[in-house]
Design a protein around this ligand. Sequence first.
Ligand SMILES: [Zn+2]
Length: 119
Amino acid sequence: MNDEFKAKMKQRLFDLKAEVLTSLIAENNDFRAAVEDSGVNDLADMASNDIDAMTLEALGAKDKLRLQRIESALARIENGKFGICASCGSRIQKERLNAIPYSVLCVSCQSTSERHRAY
Ligand SMILES: [Zn+2]
């Protein structure tokens, strides 16, 4: 994986994060007020900062999970583990990362875990 691809993925992840934050601001009045109070008016700025406890609290379970996945993908870019399957350690396909930049499993591990899922 080259730096160019990593930089592209990082940008995609920031975009996704801004997307989650945008919908949160649209849906949650308390959160919107808090953002306005904090003086942050650029979502891109906000997305590049660490998400604080307040933000996590305002998120629904589904968005929280998504945001956590995005955060951990960004952390994996930093520590060099991005694009490595968390289960088998093989490389995650580029096409898969392009589709879902926060994938942690390769295609074959993902389909195994889906088959074993209880619901
Ligand atoms: Zn795997």
